[in-house]
Ligand binder design. Structure first.
Ligand SMILES: *[C@@H]1O[C@H](CO)[C@@H](O)[C@H](O)[C@H]1NC(C)=O
Ligand SMILES: *[C@@H]1O[C@H](CO)[C@@H](O)[C@H](O)[C@H]1NC(C)=O
Ligand SMILES: *[C@@H]1O[C@H](CO)[C@@H](O)[C@H](O)[C@H]1NC(C)=O
Ligand SMILES: *[C@@H]1O[C@H](CO)[C@@H](O)[C@H](O)[C@H]1NC(C)=O
Ligand SMILES: *[C@@H]1O[C@H](CO)[C@@H](O)[C@H](O)[C@H]1NC(C)=O
Ligand SMILES: *[C@@H]1O[C@H](CO)[C@@H](O)[C@H](O)[C@H]1NC(C)=O
Length: 373
């Protein structure tokens, strides 16, 4: 239900000329007092923000924090830890002054101030900025959506946008898999002891097969050795962070080498993106070390010439002889801790119909889980 978004919002004082950040916060105390109270506990952050130039602050409203506390009572404790609070706040500060007019139907991936030890993304962990149905939105970890409720409040150092949901700090690829329902992938990584290795990478793109993708070849998995599975999983990981906006060009792009050594081919067909013959069904899920794109087939490093049939709704598996199984493989022992419902957003305006943007799920559980590590 989107009722929350329909509630009247307290109007923000707007400024013809810019003012100091502290003055902007004080003038808008009615909607930003929780943020001000939290900031008061981390004076270094206030000093940094007050002297910074050319930044964008995504300021969670009081309602955003109320929603957060209601969904995850542990978040209150997290906020009392200055180190962790600083991490969460850094993720809400972006490089560059990005007015709402810069949000478009093609997503942009802006750099935040969140870096190591909470992210292994060169230039700072990213947020996705995109206009959905003419509304400026931000997608963060687990593809959780935040709506800009009040845009373009100018201050000396840049611009503030008030957001209705606290951003989720992106989690490791393995936690992202577990918590977005990619339990076969999480189980496969666990089975061949690749979890730590994949999570420790920096600046990567991971093509993450859905559970249905693994089930479609489940009958053939028993014949594979650990080495085979390691090679197959490694073939899904490419060095370099490639967002959908980097891939959405006409013609085909070769990405590689993958961790396995081979290349993959990305094609744009009818506004959809395919990796070899697999379709990207959910793009741009941010993780600690880059980005995850969910695909509908397991990639086969021995079948690099597999090509998609863009008019088919499902693609033939890239493992010729493998039969399907009913139960998603590798999932025993993998229990999702929290169910996040990732938002589905179109690749771009020309990419077909808008999918609904689901209500953001349990938001700060993720930040807590990740930041506490
Ligand atoms: C801001 O609002 C809070 C909560 O309503 C209140 O306790 C505080 O005194 C206010 N601060 C200012 C500067 O008005
Ligand atoms: C503002 O920041 C953006 C992003 O980091 C950068 O591209 C741009 O050059 C900066 N502009 C100024 C005036 O410093
Ligand atoms: C970043 O990479 C280092 C070294 O590979 C790893 O130890 C650390 O856990 C990673 N950080 C995060 C937030 O995953
Ligand atoms: C991967 O592609 C690069 C150029 O794009 C090429 O030089 C290299 O030989 C390819 N590797 C394999 C294993 O095909
Ligand atoms: C390669 O993939 C195609 C589907 O794209 C499949 O029809 C074919 O059987 C596969 N070949 C092998 C050797 O697995
Ligand atoms: C966006 O618009 C489409 C088509 O009008 C509608 O189906 C969808 O529910 C809207 N999404 C949101 C988040 O309002």
């Amino acid at each position: 239900m989107r009722l929350l978004h329909l509630l009247p919002l307290a109007p923000l004082a707007s400024y013809v000329s810019a003012a100091a950040l502290t003055a902007v916060l004080a003038a808008n105390n009615a909607s930003l007092s929780t943020l001000s109270t939290l900031l008061a506990t981390v004076p270094d952050v206030v000093t940094m923000l007050s002297s910074a130039q050319n930044i964008t602050i995504l300021a969670p409203s009081n309602d955003a924090f109320t929603k957060l506390m209601a969904r995850n009572p542990n978040s209150a404790q997290l906020m009392q830890n200055p180190r962790l609070l600083t991490g969460v706040l850094q993720y809400h500060v972006l490089s560059g002054k990005i007015p709402s007019s810069d949000f478009s139907t093609t997503p942009k991936f802006a750099s935040s101030m969140l870096t190591t030890p909470f992210a292994n993304v060169t230039g700072g962990q990213r947020v996705e900025l995109v206009k959905v149905n003419n509304t400026a939105m931000i997608f963060s970890g687990f593809k959780q959506g935040s709506m800009v409720s009040v845009a373009d409040v100018m201050f000396d150092g840049g611009v503030v946008h008030v957001v209705d949901t606290v951003l989720t700090v992106p989690a490791t690829p393995s936690d992202t898999a577990v918590d977005t329902g990619l339990t076969s992938l999480a189980g496969a990584l666990t089975a061949v002891q690749l979890v730590d290795a994949v999570d420790a990478l920096s600046d990567v793109t991971i093509f993450a097969p859905s559970n249905a993708a693994f089930a479609a070849i489940g009958g053939g998995l028993g014949a594979l050795s650990t080495q085979d599975i390691t090679g197959i999983l490694g073939y899904h990981v490419v060095q370099g962070v490639k967002f959908s906006s980097d891939l959405l060009q006409n013609g085909q792009i070769t990405l590689g080498p993958t961790v396995q050594g081979g290349n993959v081919t990305v094609r744009r067909e009818n506004g959809q993106l395919f990796v070899n013959s697999a379709k990207i069904v959910l793009a741009d899920v941010l993780s600690t070390n880059g980005v995850v794109h969910v695909i509908d087939n397991v990639l086969n490093p021995s079948n690099t010439t597999a090509t998609p049939n863009p008019s088919a709704t499902t693609q033939s598996p890239a493992f010729g002889g493998a039969s399907a199984v009913a139960e998603a493989p590798f999932t025993s022992g993998i229990s999702p801790t929290t169910t996040f419902v990732p938002a589905t957003v179109p690749l771009n305006a020309a990419g077909g119909a808008f999918a609904a943007v689901p209500t953001a799920a349990l938001v700060l559980g993720a930040a807590a889980a990740m930041l506490v590590v």
